[in-house]
Design a binder for this molecule. Structure first.
Ligand code: PHE
Length: 371
């Protein structure tokens, strides 16, 4: 269809007669008639839509788009509503104008507020990046726990307590009487060599002091102060100038056990050691004695434990030597008992499968966290 024919057909349809003209002027005015109620409803819908859209605006581009849609001077939605004003009955127009201005002011204010917020967020974006996001899951707090050596000590104390052995402590700085003499280790004994002990510097003429080299010192301290029967266990640090390697460390821990009761034999000793080993390591642990020598026990043995198909050397033991009983004022004719000593690091390493005891003291939390 060309231009002319279109004009022609249109004029054919709209060409009004004289009577029609008068009717059209009445029924179809140039501006559509609007009631005040529908005008107010229109404004309310406009405000609701504007506030919903502006509430979801995330950046300057979105804001500009919303501005054009709602407040745009040429074809914005507010502009369209403004055109309806003239359709109101003249009596309603003042009220319509007031409603219109009110809605316009409200949406303009909302627009300005969103603009301010976005500008503020832009300026403070570094601060915003640092801000705490309360919706993120928290970082778990890592709870500490006791050191594996302390765990071992407590476990041994617990097991021995069930066998009636009371836990006792003794000092780490000792005199020669408790570390050697009362234990029948005389002055010329190689165990007293300054190269094998940590002697302390003391005032000239004062009695020598040393870091104890064994927990057998505690046997003496307890027997000096108590009468039999006795069942005690003492766990603590001992010191020897050994070069540190996978199985030695200049400081380590010992378990010392002492039982003084009438009728005690090596069989009782073996039973207690087996009970201790089985409870600590779990399962059926066998204990074996090998003849040995300690100045403070007679007879003396070294004992091994078999666990997981392997025999491991655990410590020394024996019947308390009569000379030791006499040194603390007991009558060797009346009382007897057994004593044993074993390394805490050794049993801990065995139980936890640690190949190098130095790992216990490196304070590497990645290692310690495993226990
Ligand atoms: N005190 C000894 C040591 O350190 C062990 C031991 C204790 C031996 C008790 C016999 C009796 O090697």
């Amino acid at each position: 269809m060309d231009c002319r024919s279109r004009l022609r057909s249109r004029s054919a349809v709209t060409e009004p007669t004289g009577r029609d003209k008068a009717a059209a002027a009445k029924a179809a005015p140039a501006v559509q008639a609007v009631t005040i109620d529908s005008f107010i409803a229109e404004l309310a819908a406009f405000r609701a839509a504007a506030s919903e859209t502006l509430g979801g605006v995330a950046g300057a581009a979105g804001l500009e788009q919303a501005r054009i849609e709602f407040l745009g001077a040429r074809s914005g939605r507010l502009k369209a509503i403004q055109k309806l004003l003239s359709g109101l009955a003249s009596a309603d127009r003042p009220a319509g104008g007031r409603h219109f201005n009110e809605a316009k002011g409200a949406v303009n204010a909302l627009f300005a507020a969103v603009q301010d917020t976005l500008a503020g967020a832009g300026a403070g974006s570094a601060a915003a990046a640092d801000a705490i996001d309360v919706t993120l899951p928290g970082e778990p707090l890592r709870l500490g726990h006791v050191h594996p050596i302390t765990q071992t000590i407590r476990r041994v104390q617990e097991i021995m307590a069930r066998l009636g052995f009371e836990s006792v402590d003794g000092p780490e700085v000792e005199d020669q009487w408790h570390n050697f003499e009362a234990l029948a280790i005389p002055a010329e004994h190689p165990a007293r060599d300054p190269l094998d002990n940590f002697y302390l510097a003391v005032a000239r003429g004062a009695d020598p002091l040393l870091l104890r080299s064994q927990t057998s010192t505690v046997q003496i301290r307890v027997m000096e102060n108590r009468r039999p029967p006795l069942r005690i266990v003492s766990l603590g640090r001992v010191y020897r100038p050994d070069t540190a390697d996978a199985t030695h460390y200049p400081m380590f821990h010992q378990v010392e056990g002492l039982l003084i009761e009438p009728g005690t034999t090596m069989a009782h000793l073996k039973s207690v050691l087996r009970q201790l080993a089985s409870s600590f390591l779990g399962g059926d642990v066998h204990v074996r004695f090998r003849p040995s020598f300690f100045p403070f026990t007679e007879p003396s043995v070294e004992f091994d434990m078999e666990w997981g198909g392997r025999w491991i050397e655990m410590g020394g033991a024996g019947m308390v030597d009569p000379a030791v009983l006499a040194a603390v004022g007991y009558d060797p004719e009346e009382v007897s008992g057994f004593a044993f000593g074993l390394g805490v690091e050794r049993i801990a390493a065995r139980r936890y499968g640690v190949a190098d005891i130095r790992d216990f003291y490196r304070n590497d939390v990645r290692f310690l966290r495993q226990f």
